[in-house]
Ligand binder design. Structure first.
Ligand SMILES: [Zn+2]
Length: 716
């Protein structure tokens, strides 16, 4: 039976914390826009772009809202705000106004895009104090546009000039909202304004180190966050003063989950670069939705190739565009396409984007999710990330915890859950109250090093009431500001005390013990490889555990590659009943090592740990070949089970060259108690599938998946 026990007595279909309002009735307009477009103008667009191309495309792609460049560093309308630099070839045109008018004629909503990260030479001449400064106090020239200056995020440009710009746009064009690109500054600024304001707030000088454990840096991180809130509030209040339903939505959202005031967030993940798995777009959706709760999140993707070489004027081919957009859509993103430059030099993106959006429109009602039915959530550690600000150092025990380490552990467990076909969400570490997490049966904590005493207590309460956790590595060894504790904050749950951490451990192994669900599938393996960061712990009891250590031994010369210690009793997994719940703790960075090595044995351990902890059938299972990512959603009168075919050699590093269909798949879905099932159809193939009942589950045969199949089930 789903969801037995304590706080978790609610079956997932009844989870009240996620009982969204379906069609979002009563919320601002933006919540009803399912498909979005963005055109970011260039200075030379006004005389030569074709507005009708865009209006035709908006119609064809059924977009309901559009984001258009208005002003900030460069404006595309005849602004009267002094020093608001007009686009070089704007002349006396009003390009922004023309596009707004055309979009209005299509009954679309409009978001005005502003970008305040730079200013003109003229503005600098009048207000040199608006410029950002380097450590030696010199104003910063723009790194790419030689005639411009980088603006200071704490000075007059952001706090006087931009509010005047926002007010002018809001009063003149009445957009429904604003989107701010590069609104939060371009790194540390050492101008007089920043020095003075920081000193006044903290009695300290600005830090000159990136070490987040340096007291000045730590104070700066907090002060900078306060200043961004002040800026956000000022801008949001400014546009609301013109129109009470208007809002300012900063790129990526404002990360206070307990005071979300923006009705919609666009998550700017323009495309893949380097070794980025195709599931990353869905991961961004989960991360942001975790704190946006029942408010919509949009997945902003660029039609071009996006990497550090900045080919901003390029075009991606169809398969990659489809794969990236659909992996986000499956995990709940509303699609948002973005084109830099309003002129169409290379039109190859138009057909694939049109196809994605027409499919989304045709299946609109199945995209209006009211609840995600996952029973597993990965905790997203925002604070372990915060104290990696500046790109370096989260100081940890024996050395430096690079920011990358936090992400790698998370990505490792993410990949394992995708491979395991366990539907899962993410939970925000700032929202661990029962109303946010009690709908989950299992929380996964991938090396969540930084946890406050309060957060540890919330996790403890969750387990005592019947929740289950799977934790790895140095989880809870640090407080919320990265200060190391003498022992794990969760030592009582883990069943062991911290002794020390060894990193870079080579040639060490694990012995799987049987029978235990944790080691299921490893019966034929006398030993498997261990992780490379190992935590020495002192167990609280002598209970036998299903995984033990074979300590590291020489890896050279080859004649020395042997050990006399073939087995030990040193536990490398603690599987425990605690309170009404269960706990699995791995005293090693199994998830991060998995991300590095992708060993199949580790995948089994990471999967089995979650399944042993869950102790209930998964709401959705899929049987069939290869790698698929899944998600299970409810809408007002239907269920939608998504299966994204990731069987592609370009899955881990794009771009996709072609779609490689795979199948057959059998999808088994738990149904809401007492639900009567109406029509079942497949949204990619258009076919009516073979179905059967297995108790309270619906079993659906899916012969073949091209990229993204959705089993849509009407609730009668
Ligand atoms: Zn400054």
């Amino acid at each position: 039976m789903l969801g037995a026990g304590g706080l978790l007595a609610l079956a997932p279909f009844e989870a009240p914390a996620f009982a969204m309002t379906g069609d979002m009735a009563g919320l601002p307009w933006a919540n009803n826009a399912m498909r979005w477009a963005q055109v970011a103008f260039t200075e030379d667009d006004p005389p030569s772009y074709d507005p009708n191309f865009w209006f035709d495309l908006f119609k064809k792609t059924h977009v309901e809202a559009v984001c258009l460049s208005a002003g900030g560093c460069i404006c595309f309308y005849p602004s009267k705000v002094p020093l608001h630099y007009r686009a070089k070839y704007l002349g006396d045109r009003d390009m922004f106004g023309e596009m707004v008018k055309g979009a209005r004629a299509l009954k679309m909503s409009v978001i005005a895009r502003v970008d305040p990260h730079a200013m003109s030479e003229e503005a600098f001449a009048a207000h040199p104090e608006w410029a950002a400064c380097t450590e030696d106090g010199k104003p910063r020239r723009h790194w790419a546009a030689a005639d411009m200056y980088v603006t200071c995020q704490n000075g007059g440009f952001m706090f006087d000039f931009m509010p005047a710009v926002l007010k002018e746009i809001a009063d003149t064009y009445k957009p429904e909202g604003f989107f701010g690109n590069r609104w939060a500054g371009s790194g540390m600024c050492y101008c007089q304004t920043c020095r003075t304001k920081f000193r006044a707030a903290t009695s300290m000088e600005l830090p000159t180190t990136n070490d987040p454990q340096n007291p000045q840096r730590k104070a700066y991180i907090q002060w900078n966050a306060d200043m961004r809130w002040k800026q956000f509030k000022l801008w949001d209040d400014t546009v609301k003063a013109s129109n009470k339903d208007c809002f300012f939505s900063p790129n990526g959202g404002m990360n206070d989950p307990n005071a979300v005031t923006i009705p919609i967030v666009a998550v700017d993940r323009q495309g893949r670069s380097g070794a980025t798995p195709v599931w990353a777009m869905g991961k961004y959706a989960k991360q942001v939705r975790a704190y946006m709760q029942n408010l919509p999140v949009c997945g902003l993707f660029n039609v071009g190739l996006e990497d550090e070489n900045r080919w901003k004027d390029s075009v991606q081919r169809g398969p990659e565009l489809e794969a990236w957009a659909h992996s986000g859509i499956a995990q709940g993103f509303r699609p948002w396409y973005c084109k830099f430059n309003a002129r169409i030099f290379d039109p190859r993106w138009v057909a694939p984007v049109t196809k994605i959006f027409q499919w989304h429109y045709a299946n609109d009602k199945y995209m209006r999710n009211t609840a995600n039915l996952a029973r597993v959530a990965m905790v997203n550690s925002t604070q372990s990330g915060i104290f990696t600000a500046g790109g370096t150092a989260f100081t940890a025990g024996d050395g430096v915890r690079a920011a990358q380490r936090v992400t790698d552990a998370q990505n490792g467990y993410y990949q394992a859950l995708v491979e395991a076909r366990i539907p899962f969400e993410m939970a925000d570490d700032r929202q661990l109250e029962p109303q946010h997490i009690s709908r989950y049966r299992v929380l996964v904590l991938p090396d969540i090093a930084a946890l406050s005493d309060k957060q540890c207590q919330q996790i403890r309460d969750y387990v005592m009431a019947g929740g289950r956790i799977v934790a790895t590595g140095e989880t809870s060894l640090y407080d919320e500001l990265g200060k190391r504790r003498a022992n794990f904050g969760l030592a009582d749950l883990f069943g062991c005390d911290y002794v020390k951490t060894d990193s870079g451990v080579k040639n060490s192994y694990l012995t799987p013990r049987h029978p235990h669900m944790l080691t299921k599938g490893l019966e034929d393996a006398p030993r498997i490889i261990a992780a490379t960061q190992q935590i020495t712990v002192k167990p609280h009891d002598t209970a036998k555990q299903p995984l033990t250590l074979v300590p590291s031994y020489p890896d050279l010369p080859m004649e020395r590659v042997y050990t006399m210690t073939l087995e030990t009793d040193t536990p490398m997994a603690f599987c425990r009943q605690v309170g009404k719940g269960r706990v699995v703790y791995f005293p090693m960075d199994l998830d991060r090592t998995f991300w590095e090595v992708l060993a199949a044995d580790h995948m089994l351990l990471l999967k089995n740990a979650v399944e042993w902890a869950a102790e209930e059938p998964s709401p959705m299972t899929v049987v069939g070949p290869g790698l698929v990512e899944i998600a299970y959603w409810r809408q007002k009168n239907s269920l939608a089970a998504h299966v994204v075919n990731m069987n592609n050699p370009m899955m881990m590093k794009g771009p996709y060259r072609e779609m490689i269909p795979a199948g057959p798949y059998t999808v088994s879905l738990a149904l809401p108690p007492g639900a009567k099932i109406g029509a079942v159809k497949l949204l990619e193939s258009g076919a009516v599938p073979k179905t059967s009942r297995d108790g309270n589950r619906l079993v659906v045969e899916v012969p073949r998946i091209r990229l993204h199949e959705v089993v849509a089930v009407e609730l009668a």
